[in-house]
Design a protein around this ligand. Sequence first.
Ligand code: ADP
Ligand code: ZN
Ligand code: ZN
Length: 802
Amino acid sequence: MKIASVIVDVPTSQTNHTFDYQVPKSLQGIVQAGVRVIVPFGRRKVMGFVMELKEESDFDRLKEIEEVLDLIPVLTPELLKLGKWLANEMVSLYIQTYQAMLPSILKASYKKEIEKLTDEDLPESMETIFAGRHVIDYDEFVERQGKLNELRKQIEEGNVRFQYIVKGKENRKQLLFLEAAKDVTLLEEALLDIPKRAKKQREILQFFIQNEHPIEQRILFQQLKTSSSTLQPLVDKGLIKKTYKEIYRNPYEDSQITPTQALPLSEQQNKAIEPIWQSVAGNLHEIFLLHGVTGSGKTEVYLQAIERVLDKGREAIVLVPEISLTPQMVHRFKGRFGKDVAVLHSGLSQGEKFDEWTKIQRKEVKVVVGARSAIFAPFENLGIIIIDEEHETSYKQDEQPKYHAREVAKFRGEYHQCPVVLGSATPILETYARAKKGVYSLLEMPYRMNNNAMPPVEIIDMREELHAGNRTMFSRRLIDAIKDKMDKGEQIVLFLNRRGYSTFVMCRECGETVKCPSCDIALTYHKATDELKCHYCNYHIRMVHECPTCQSLSVRYFGTGTQKVEEALKQLIPEVEIIRMDVDTTRKKGAHERLLSQFSEKKAHILLGTQMIAKGLDFENVTLVGVLAIDTMLQLPDFRSSEKTFQLLTQVSGRAGRHHLPGEVIIQTYTPEHYSIELASQYDYEQFFYKEMEMRKQFRYPPYYYLTLIHVSHPNEIKAYEVTKMITKLLRKHLTDQVTILGPTPSPIVRINNRYRYQCMIKYKNEPNQLATIRKILQYYHDEMIKNDLMIQVDLEPYQLM
Ligand code: ADP
Ligand code: ZN
Ligand code: ZN
């Protein structure tokens, strides 16, 4: 095959198609579909993905591919197909979509190495280049005219391995080890020659006389309290040698994980898992909704479903929302499947993520547990895809391509003919509606394990507290309950909704809040640095003491952050011990895990935190959950705000009384009569579903209608408005009269980073022309987007209306 069609890394809508390139003789057989190449493009050289190889092109005088970046394709045939479909569906660019599927490090700089894995001789031409070495640079291999065909054959036979080594300080993959370079007798002889006063040098040598195994240099230096300058003469004399060992960066200490075994399933688990097993056994693509209350044992169902998949020699993807990808969750999967598990989430460094991805690519693991992008794991023999907490908004990517992991899962499930399991206690309305209609198979688990009752929920009307003269942020009932639990030696989780509840600064004289000069939103006070920060751009200033508007000195901060809650609570109950978990206290790597284990070791009465603690955590001793402020969530300008409130309250309540101790929940609110609060307190999902469906129908929202949000921004407000207006006009002209087109309207936050933002929305049931029309509109504005700083973003089935 002499011609490759390539998607080039030039992200514009005009270059959003394949370009044909000639494959030079030297690279034939090397260039395959799914590898990255370097190609000339205009006057530049750019990276590109090879889509396919062919014999002929409609164009003549093709340019040649300059370089191949991969010997093993980074995109499988399935992923190539998926990317094409996804880009079309999401109106995004092919190049962006393919890049979203790969670890970001493949975009950064790295070095390529080839490593010999066998003691046997390689073909002679290769042996001369290796020249006795174990590992050589790929670049050197190419420079010295190594034969790529031969190299690839050796890779396929497993004699040689090709790998990327990440450059820069990220790279801790290679660790420096020391080992004896000579026989013990020779070392002993050498010891005699070392003068007595070179005490440290003698210690090092003695160490290697007693230990034949290599030791990491860093550890040896620590143990013997010595350094390189002492070691070097021994290396120079050829007594000790340095070697580099590749070890996977492992963010989880595997040694601390206790292996677990399949538990005998409860009756409802058995009923739920049977259809999944059948679908696994019969290689059937079927979408299941596992609707199970918190604590019903969904995770055990996932684990035992996966077990069957592995028995068949197939692979599994488990998606867990970023926020609940806690060490506890990871342990449950590693405990059951041990080294077969790779973990992918945003807390890992680029290098760590890449290591995990490499294990998947090399088929060294069978299960991946990860956040959204793990849905692209390059498995080629998938047997199941599980999406836990399927209602979580973090499954939707909010940059291009704005895909939802659920839709990708359906594509892959169909491709591999395997089941997709969506699990949740509070499925998103769209999902539950589909399950009710029979589009998905509904599996219900309405009871908690051991039939523990759901903890009773008490709603406290904070308006009454105020009338009774209580001006603190804690109701009297909550304080009493906290004290009671403390007396009993039980623990408490206090949850504070983060949104709108950070501290802002307001002038008491003129009532102005201090805002970001480029984003139109209030700045947030950060006590640790005594700064005011904008949460949208990076703007930050020192805390002001004089009002920027009226120059009075009456500037105060308002609102409640977790830190303020902590202080206020300590004033009411001085002896209380609190562990606070929020973005500030968990910034350092491993802090999250450390705080949780402190809490489970009962080093504090209360775990206080934001969304971060709402999910997945499972503490035996927690018997009270308090929710401090839920109202801010209800008032978001978003048609899903009731649903989100219901979901959050249900999640939070699920944290109490999961084990033998009974639990209780106290919710403080200013709007106790709202149906999402009331029904959440009764754990009545079904009732909430019908009530909310009515609202959606009345206001023409999903699941009755689909939405498309088109978002326009520009430094000039009039321009942003005009373009949006023009777009609505074009849409009205080209779409059927079945659709509703709303806008142009200013976005809820009109200005971010000095760009003005306008939007319009399409509501539709079935609109075959929609994607083509939007694509035409984007084409029409193509030049302005490149030259005139115009931004147009299309979001199909949006989750963020901001
Ligand atoms: P969910 O994911 O639905 O919230 P979990 O999977 O966390 O529920 O299960 C709740 C608790 O019940 C966990 O502590 C789990 O270990 C336990 N559990 C689940 N299934 C079983 C079983 N079949 N036998 C005994 N304990 C179980
Ligand atoms: Zn800002
Ligand atoms: Zn003022």
